[in-house]
Design a binder for this molecule. Sequence first.
Ligand code: PMP
Length: 360
Amino acid sequence: MERVYNFSAGPSTLPEAVLEKASEQMLNYEGSGMSVMEMSHRSPVYKSIIDEAEASLRQLMSIPDNYKVLFLQGGASTQFAMIPLNLMTGSGKADYINTGAWSKKAIAEAKKTGEVNVLASSEDTTFTYIPKLRQSTFTKDADYFFITSNNTIYGTKFKELPDTGDVPIVADMSSNILSEEINVADYGVIFAGAQKNMGPAGVTLVIIREDLVGRAGDNVPTMLNYETHTKAASMFNTPPTYSIYVCGLVFKWLLERGGIKAMEATNRAKAALLYDYLDGSDFYRGTVVKEDRSLMNIPFVSLSEELDAAFIKGAGAKGLVSLKGHRSVGGMRASIYNAMPTAGVEALVAYMKEFEAENR
Ligand code: PMP
């Protein structure tokens, strides 16, 4: 089978050039005589791989010097616990916005540690929008303010950050990291699982402002304390060496293509292809309110569940795969991360037109 256009929400498609490079280097990484998978994480050659990955990421995101970059394990889900364990140590309170299943999981985990104030929610409509926030409701002495910046399942995205004053914003960017320019200094902590826009599953990126490290109590397990990992530069124990290496290749791929600014322009154009078509059609319907639409995850439905099922089946036969929507939303979802070529979105839109013509 030829390579397909893979619209999976994660793990998801990776740049072909990156996979080719990894395959070239599989047996013998740069004359080391071994695969990256086989190297000691303490070897100088591996150190250069992780250091370069961090340097490329710092360049891509213009990460200020007072922010630490960590490559951890446990997925974004472990961050749902690490954030409160490390940060809910002042007033013991935190503000959360409930924009979907991942926010709910983060909220449930934080409640085990302290007082959680859920300031707003869009659960009333199965999370089809980002709720409006009122500053007067923000907890003045909160230890942090938590958002899920892009909601993978529902296809919504925060386009404006709340003004939280001195309260640090913590953002789960699992599904939109590196997709658009952001100002890292607007955040206290940014975290993301790698398996959508960065690389293979198994590594979780954490970007944390230095002054937020070292706040955990003595009861916090060593591996869940950010300080353990900042002190050891992500080498307290064996890091996910191969996943970090592939992320490094993805970061270089992005730099070679003009960095995040250029990627953002491509992402906007790709998303517009699909949204413009959806907006002009009375056969399909995007499920998210226009002003909160994600550039990365685009859910839509057709006229009936039967047609949705036929659409997905027919798409698969054309090499357009993993288009089934999340079970809580139904219909279809096209995840068009950085590595999805414009040609993939064009092929999807062409198929949508064809399917519509045949089935209306
Ligand atoms: N947050 C968001 C926004 C996600 O999309 C996901 C995974 N799909 C997670 C958290 C959970 O990530 P992980 O599987 O790495 O724990």
